[in-house]
Design a protein around this ligand. Sequence first.
Ligand code: SAM
Length: 346
Amino acid sequence: MLNIVNKLIENKSIEKDEMIYLLKNRDISIDKILADKASEIRNNNFGNKIYIRGLIEFTNYCKNGCYYCGINKSNKNAQRYRLTKQEILECCKQGYSFGFRSFVLQGGEDNFYSDRDIEDLVYSIKEKYDDCAVTLSIGEKSYESYLAYFNAGADRYLLRHETADPNHYKMLHPKDMSLENRKKCLYNLKEIGYQTGCGFMVGSPYQSFENIAEDIEFIKELKPHMIGIGPFISHKDTIFSEFKNGSAELTLFLLSILRIMMPRVLLPATTALATLDPMGREKGILAGANVLMPNLSPVSVRKKYSLYDNKICTSDEAAECNMCLRNRVKSIGCEIVEQRGDYSEE
Ligand code: SAM
């Protein structure tokens, strides 16, 4: 076991079968060795800086039927909403005053917004806040659409691949969705020049250690600039309501693996992780994460963007969240910085 750990630390990579062995046999002492190493690498690359991205969940309408997701189109109990351009700009204004220099526009796949609408939104944010980065996370689109948003000023795009195993993908999604298209989108985004993020849920229904090892193989191949991983958390109104939640510990272990493999990658400690463990953000950073994505959506809609049950921070005002987060980060010797936090090779 320790020889695999040492190989990972020295070569920044191990083979797929070694990863499966590690996943099957890890224990607290291995997790600790990896977290300490990952934390050291984070520190060597970013100092004690933690980047923040203001998440604006601007629509919960979605044309897709992902089985795990609380805002999937079949959930008749979801209270649907859309934010207006004015409301979105108001979120940015507030975020900017708190020191955010990076905004993420996330939503269901909602065709109500035309490409022109998205371009206009991106352009308007960049016009007002030209020192800020804009990230889109609005799902699978054509090459032309991605290019149009990029030309309007979008800097980054988050599109989790969800699982790199085609059979597992089919177990999580309806027939009209495919891993092939998801991957194609990711390669298109990279080609266009976006800082691109992929990722997956840890402990999603039917996920095996082999699947996770395959996710890591895909990440090695894609070489993304950002990786979003968080535990699967069941949602009461989905067909996966009876499945058990993913594990916070396994998520932390994987954060460490990813940091060791990709020292410069932008790696968030996600809200899902903090939902399962009240200290998830701190533990995530101590396991190698260097990004936090607090919610900037208006409090009136936060509960409605319900991807999974018991999501945290849905009733806190943005100012409260901001203070809380800064104190949490300080408590572990790190500091939130007022920077875009772009990906760079060094
Ligand atoms: N529609 C866009 C897309 O498909 O990329 C962005 C929004 S989507 C809701 C954002 C992410 O939420 C998904 O990529 C998925 O990994 C995560 N998510 C959805 N349901 C979840 C659940 N039950 N537990 C944990 N994460 C979940």
